[in-house]
Design a protein. Structure first.
Length: 328
């Protein structure tokens, strides 16, 4: 009679792994489950009560990995995934990666241990190689708000570069030549892409990027305030400002206002994301809309329905014109 050792040898795994498969442990990758079950059939191994772990174990759950919890941006992302989860009667389990590659991997392991085989991941810290590695082993893993070329079919993303290009071009079209930029300190894909769009628009206009007009600051409202203070210390040599996100823009406008710098009369400002209520802004902020809720819904559908779901993976940014930009 075939033993568990025979199965382990045929599947090229440990006996402990075979035992976890037999006992329906959620902490086993689907491809390993498939290989072990195939080996069971091959050697004729039968469990005592004929149990088998289904490949889609955890089918009543969907996992979500956020970079953080304390932002309206991530609230909208969660809301998008939750809408799809309810439609498919899935329980939503959420974990945070905290912009740290190790924490992101821990969050992924945690969701797998809870039986999640459909996971939407907002990863900004994990390398492309690691993301690709996990995605290749988990067909139900979908990366949202990031494009990894090797696994594009498992990604839903925004054209960030085009967004800051549109923002900078809008200021140029209003006659601005001295345009600054607030960036973030974190080394993430959005940072490079959004700065690239700002740079491209200036280059097309024949205007070199002045490093004194670019501020790299920590995430959060304090970062925007710091950027504004630094620009004021330099004599505010700009008439237009593109911000990496709306949070930076809101804090910067507040600091400028406190120092008698009116927006848009003295300084025109364009944000990015369009996730903050306009009560945060006086005047109302011209910004680039990032449809994160729609992106999250498509990511959730993609991880549940599979690659043939037909959902849109590539989203376009949209310039939303309000009152924080004027012509000079």
């Amino acid at each position: 009679m075939p033993t568990i050792n025979d199965v382990a040898q045929a599947a090229s795994v440990s006996t402990a792994t075979v035992s976890r498969v037999i006992n329906r442990s959620p902490n086993v990758l689907p491809e390993t489950v498939e290989r072990v079950e195939h080996a069971m059939t091959q050697v004729g191994y039968q469990t005592r009560d004929n149990r088998r772990l289904a490949i889609n174990q955890g089918g009543d759950r969907i996992g979500l990995i956020l970079s953080n919890f304390n932002s309206p941006f991530y609230g909208l992302l969660t809301q998008g995934v939750e809408k799809v989860a309810r439609k498919y009667n899935r329980k939503l389990i959420v974990a945070s990666g905290q912009y740290d590659p190790d924490f992101e991997e821990e969050a992924l392991s945690y969701l797998l241990s809870k039986g999640c085989r459909n996971i939407v991941m907002h990863s900004k810290a994990m390398s492309d190689e690691r993301v690709t590695h996990f995605a290749s082993k988990l067909p139900g893993l979908v990366v949202v708000n990031r494009r990894v070329h090797e696994i594009e079919e498992q990604c839903v993303w925004l054209e960030n570069r085009k967004g800051t290009y549109l923002a900078t071009k809008h200021l140029l079209d209003q006659g601005h030549k001295k345009i600054g930029y607030i960036s973030c300190e974190l080394d993430i894909d959005d940072k490079a892409e959004r700065y690239s769009g700002y740079q491209l628009a200036l280059e097309e206009a024949g205007i070199p990027v002045n490093p004194d007009w670019v501020e790299e600051v920590p995430f959060g409202e304090l970062g925007g305030a710091l950027a504004a203070t630094n620009l004021l210390n330099k004599g505010l040599p700009i008439t237009g400002l593109v911000s990496y996100n709306d949070f930076f823009a809101a804090a910067a406008i507040q600091v400028f206002s406190e120092h008698g710098i009116s927006v848009p009369e003295r300084l025109s400002v364009v944000g990015f994301d369009d996730v903050l209520p306009q009560c945060y802004f006086t005047p109302r902020l011209t910004t680039i809309r990032s449809p994160i809720e729609s992106m999250a819904m498509n990511a959730a559908r993609l991880c549940i329905e599979g690659p043939d779901s037909g959902v849109c993976r590539r989203f376009e940014p949209l310039l939303v014109r309000r009152e924080s930009v004027t012509t000079i």
